[in-house]
Design a protein around this ligand. Structure first.
Ligand code: CAA
Length: 693
């Protein structure tokens, strides 16, 4: 895994562990052997460390995080050997030097890099912290404030910036190895060797750490590792290196063993897994998408269009009236201008993006589009009419997509003569912001159309997850049950604020009722009315339906379940509370006090239960896909790994017991896994194995 090659008096150690040269078993052994050989050989004046293939070391091997400490690859030992090494060591960086990779480089005497290399300590994103000296060395190089910024955001910086900060000693413009060798020869005789561990930290006043502690209350609410990182960075300022180095080892293990880190690591792998579609080869041909059409310039259509404009793809947006078109375009422009005001875009960017947008009142203008996305009102008749017309006018090979969130994509596809070209692309509101894209594979959707949409999702910065056709697909089908249970909790005696507070405490930015107020109460009401009519049931008349009937529709009318001030913070409304109480009295319900624990168990339990059904029916391919959907589409805290992973952390039997206790029938799959002492991750493995056979 580590190749030794001599270049006159320089020994080059090349790390080969594709695809990203993670620090896996074998790498430390190879590096240590190379260093020992170089130390013992008088003919060697200096050592260069370099990555083979596309990158330097992208970090510790995350797959080994579950191993007992003694069996994990010895990154700290390697770093110590480098720090104490008697000859100059040069880390030659390209691709990414992340986490343990950057820590190796920080323990070398020097670092050189190609200008587009990226350097960072992203451990916080995995619920851990730099565990091989990063918390102690980075502040000693870039100062306390910048080190905190890098370690708390986890975002890498470009080598050019690293050079300005002194993190990189030289930028190499030509071949990296040749440049690194030349650099190593220049410094071969330097003594004493520069050691970062011997430096002091710049700018580490108590105020810097106090401000960081204050900031993470908002940016990393409820998370463990950010506060450990701040504590350790403060030690780098105030304590000898050795003390900080030892404390780091202990806190790293504490973070690594936490459920939060397990949740974030699960997300890391499951997100990558969800990009893979069983049965779809890597060589599936892709369609070339150069022009996009969007039908409907409302909130959804406008947001969808922005995604493509941002990626440099021209969009034709079609409306039925001049007024609606002008309004839609105005909203898009205002969104861009507000980003420009915040410094996220330049004025030129705004104009460039707007110039890619062609407004039209004529659907015929979509005849050259490679992808057409319909984003009109949620009505099957209207959608069928649009798809019939699209079938007649769209060019051969164009993808015809619907943004429906509930309707049957098979039924929509059936009105066309090319159902293999029809797919669901379910964006989440606000569509230009939310990262999730449910890609709805209908009965006849071709592999090429599916694979093209997955690739396109990546291109426009979305996390695409393939789902099957059913009412609400994955996300909305689950949230529907969740909403029902939340209303039941209020029926029984909880206040909406109690319910929301319990979910906020679990880590969701919004509880179910805050979410309802934001989405608009009338939307959910219309769906409930529609369902009741379909099933021949009486009109819905719960307490929430009664609130809608008072004309309060949520944030957009200044209030719904809650009142809102200009900061959009929800405040309970006494009249709505009275309405709920009157409702209970009318139904003969004696309200009882309901604990936050019961609220959490019931709400997560209903999500998990519906998730299990969805999984069993094959609507979702993997439990991990459901987790990705819930994290990116519904704000489930990433550090809890999504509802299905969270179920495993609780123990599935506990979920089953809670469902039964509160009058629900557990899904057969959930009951089976609980009985067998398994988790949904076990189920994913079972399904993957059986599909490979
Ligand atoms: N460990 C194990 N596997 C890893 C890995 C790691 N650190 N980083 C990437 N991989 C795997 C991915 O799972 C993926 O595997 P599959 O092909 O089987 O799905 C493969 O490498 C390629 O990864 P990506 O699809 O993400 O490729 P990319 O080109 O889009 O991104 C990357 C490359 C920027 C390096 C990205 O993979 C990444 O951010 N990796 C994580 C880096 C990280 O967090 N490092 C810190 C680790 S913690 C640490 O180092 C702790 C410590 O201090 C001791």
């Amino acid at each position: 895994m580590v190749e030794q090659s001599r270049h006159d008096d320089i020994l080059v150690l090349t790390i080969h562990n594709p695809p990203v040269n993670a620090f896996s078993p074998g790498v430390p052994e190879g590096l240590k052997a190379g260093l020992s050989a170089a130390a013992a050989d008088d003919r060697i004046a200096a050592v260069v460390l370099i990555g083979g293939g596309r990158t330097f070391v992208a970090g510790a091997d995350i797959k080994t995080f579950g191993l007992p400490r003694e069996q994990a690859p010895d990154l700290r030992g390697t770093v110590q050997q480098l720090d104490a090494f008697p000859k100059p060591t040069v880390a030659a960086l390209h691709g990414t030097a992340l986490g343990g990779g950057l820590e190796l480089a920080l323990a070398c005497s020097y670092r050189v890099a190609v200008p587009d290399a990226r350097l960072g300590l992203p451990e916080v994103k995995l619920g851990v912290l730099p565990g091989a000296g990063g918390t102690q060395r980075l502040p000693r190089v870039v100062g306390a404030q910048k080190a905190l910024d890098m370690m708390l955001s986890g975002a890498p910086i470009q080598a050019t910036e690293a050079k300005e900060l002194g993190l990189v000693d030289d930028l190499i413009e030509g071949g990296l190895l040749e440049g690194a060798l030349a650099f190593a020869r220049r410094v071969a005789a330097v003594r004493p060797l520069p050691r970062i561990s011997e430096r002091a930290v710049d700018g580490g006043s108590p105020e810097v750490f106090a401000a960081a502690r204050e900031a993470i209350k908002k940016t990393h609410r409820g998370q463990l590792s950010p506060s450990l990182i701040i504590d350790l960075a403060e030690m780098a300022v105030n304590r000898p290196f050795e003390e900080g180095w030892q404390a780091e080892a202990q806190k790293f293990m504490e973070a690594r063993e936490s459920p939060q880190s397990r949740g974030l690591r699960h997300l890391f792998f499951t997100e990558r897994e969800s990009a893979k579609i069983p049965g779809l080869g890597k060589d599936t041909p892709l369609l070339d998408i150069r022009r996009v059409g969007v039908i409907g310039a409302g909130t959804m259509g406008g947001g969808i269009a922005m995604n493509f404009l941002n990626a440099g793809l021209p969009v034709t947006i079609v409306e039925t009236t001049e007024e609606a078109l002008d309004r839609g375009l105005g909203v898009i422009r205002r969104n861009y201008e507000s980003s420009a005001k915040k410094g996220r875009l330049s004025a030129d960017d705004v104009e460039r993006r707007m110039a890619l947008l062609t407004p039209s009142l004529d659907m015929g203008d979509l005849k050259d589009a490679d992808l057409i996305i319909e984003a009109v009102f949620e009505d099957m008749g209207v959608k069928k009419d649009i798809f019939t017309r699209l079938d007649a006018l769209a060019k051969d090979g164009a993808i015809l997509a619907t943004n429906t969130s509930t309707l049957d994509v098979n039924e929509i596809a059936a009105v066309t003569s090319r159902p293999e070209q029809v797919i669901g692309l379910h964006f989440f509101s606000p569509a230009n912001v939310m990262k999730l894209l449910e890609i709805v594979r209908a009965e006849n959707t071709s592999d090429t159309v599916l694979a093209t949409c997955m690739a396109l999702a990546k291109k426009i910065g979305k996390v695409g997850v393939v789902v099957g056709v059913c009412d609400g697909f994955v996300g909305n089908r689950m949230v529907h049950r969740y909403g029902e249970e939340a209303r039941r909790l209020v029926d029984e005696g909880a206040s909406p604020a109690d319910v929301d507070a319990a979910m906020n405490a679990l880590g969701l930015p919004m509880g179910p009722f805050q979410m309802t107020d934001m989405a608009g109460l009338d939307i959910g009401y219309a769906i409930r009315v529609h369902r009741a009519r379909q099933r021949g049931e009486p009109e819905p008349d719960g307490w929430l339906d009664r609130i809608v009937k008072t004309g309060r529709k949520g944030q957009k009318t200044g209030g719904g379940i809650y009142d809102y001030d200009e900061t959009r913070r929800p405040r309970p409304n006494a009249d709505m509370q009275a309405l709920i109480e009157a409702y209970r009295a009318e139904k003969g319900i004696t309200p009882r006090s309901i604990s936050a624990d019961e609220i959490t168990r019931r709400l997560t339990g209903t999500l998990i239960n519906e998730g299990a059904r969805i999984l069993d029916e094959g609507i979702a391919q993997r439990a991990g896909d459901i987790d990705v959907i819930y994290i990116y589409g519904y704000g489930f805290p990433a550090y809890r790994g999504g509802p299905m992973h969270y179920a495993g952390e609780q123990g599935l039997q506990k979920v089953v017991d809670a469902l039964k206790q509160y009058g629900h029938t557990p899904a057969p799959l959930l009951e089976r896994l609980a009985r067998e002492g398994k988790t949904f991750a076990d189920f994913d493995r079972e399904r993957a194995n059986s599909s490979q056979k």
